[in-house]
Design a protein around this ligand. Structure first.
Ligand code: A2P
Length: 333
């Protein structure tokens, strides 16, 4: 028997990617149900040659039995409908930030802490896109050298704000008068150091997500993390400039070897041959790419690096589908 899978928000930027990735990764799926709002309910989606009718999201629909139901329709929808699906006995994988910091709800990057899902049933939270790629690159180093402090600046693609933001950048690139609607300022030919709302401490919610989600995934809240998150006029792929200080001084060759052998991480670090990742080059792939690794000029325990991943794939849809794969692997062990 194949899996019975539900996708809430199936017509959105991440939802569509989830449908692609379910196919690409060849999950054995018997039934697929796509849910969205009244705006698109009734439309037909072509999925692997099958026409899947978009169903209206309702409480009743969430009470049906699913093996996995993936949510990607925003925090309010997850808040209302994920508990209904969970109470009906379904395993929910939620891409919103709604449940990430809730005690008892696992926050999962499968390669890093997927093993904690053994025998779990309920809501599982998919972390923030910027957190996922940073943790992918730093977790293998943390295991060996123990991180004390991370300073990160992000360069985040507009697709992270959904389909309407992709359209806004496209339109503004052609028309200098096209108004800013999704973002507080024009995004074309610009950088906006403001993602999500400002907190009273001066950081944005996106920046604080990177702090607290990293602590939860690594089960270590002793790491001092300082983030600046910036929206840039890139369609797909988030980049991060990361400076990290460890308890013990890492050897550069050993760091590269650790990253080279880490599943899901690709080392792209040969400056002489212009080998370093850029979002345009890695978009459409599922790995996390690391380059520009260098030792600090003053502190032997500090390294800087450049981390890039496709925010809709590893930063969202791929990670969610990998959670299904991990759950299935654990069940079959
Ligand atoms: P719809 O396409 O019917 O509006 P994005 O992040 O790209 O903006 O996509 C958001 C996704 O969440 C879309 O699939 C959208 O469906 C879905 N969505 C938004 N609001 C609701 C709602 N009230 N009920 C169900 N799905 C919703």
């Amino acid at each position: 028997m194949g899996l019975n899978i539900g996708v809430v928000g199936a017509t959105g930027a991440v939802g569509r990617k989830i449908l692609d990735i379910l196919l690409e990764r060849k999950l054995d799926i018997e039934e697929l149900h796509c849910f969205a709002s009244e705006r698109t309910a009734g439309e037909k989606l072509d999925w692997n040659g099958r026409l899947v009718v978009v169903e209206l999201l309702t409480e009743e629909a969430m009470k049906q039995p699913f093996d996995y139901i993936l949510f990607s329709a925003g925090g309010d929808i997850s808040l209302k409908y994920a508990p209904i699906a969970q109470e009906a006995g379904n395993t929910v994988i939620d891409n919103s930030s709604q449940w990430r910091m809730t005690d008892g709800i696992p926050l999962i990057v499968p390669e890093v802490n997927g093993h904690t899902l053994r025998n779990y049933q309920g809501i599982i939270a998919n972390p923030n896109c910027s957190t996922i790629q940073m943790v992918m690159a730093l977790a293998p180093l943390h295991r060996i050298y123990k991180m004390n402090r991370i300073v990160v600046s992000t360069y985040q693609a507009v697709s992270g704000s959904g389909h309407k933001a992709i359209v806004e950048l496209e339109k503004q690139m052609k028309d200098p008068e096209y108004p800013a609607q999704v973002y507080p300022k024009r995004i074309a030919a610009n950088c906006i150091p403001h993602i999500d709302v400002f907190n009273e401490n001066g950081f944005t919610k996106e920046e604080l997500k990177m702090v607290y989600e990293t602590h939860k995934i690594l089960s270590d809240d002793s790491i001092a993390i300082n983030a600046t998150t910036v929206r840039v006029p890139v369609f797909y792929g988030h980049s991060e400039s990361v400076t990290v200080t460890f308890e013990s001084a890492p050897r550069l060759m050993e760091v590269k070897e650790l990253l080279r052998s880490e599943p899901g991480v690709v080392l792209m670090d040969d400056a002489d041959n212009l080998e370093y990742p850029t979002p345009l080059e890695i978009a459409g792939t599922d790995d996390t790419y690391v380059g520009r690794i260098r030792k600090d000029l003053y502190d032997p325990c500090t390294l800087s690096m450049w981390i890039v991943a496709d925010n809709l794939r590893k930063g969202a849809a791929t990670n969610a589908v990998q959670i299904i794969e991990k759950m299935e692997e654990l069940k079959n062990q």
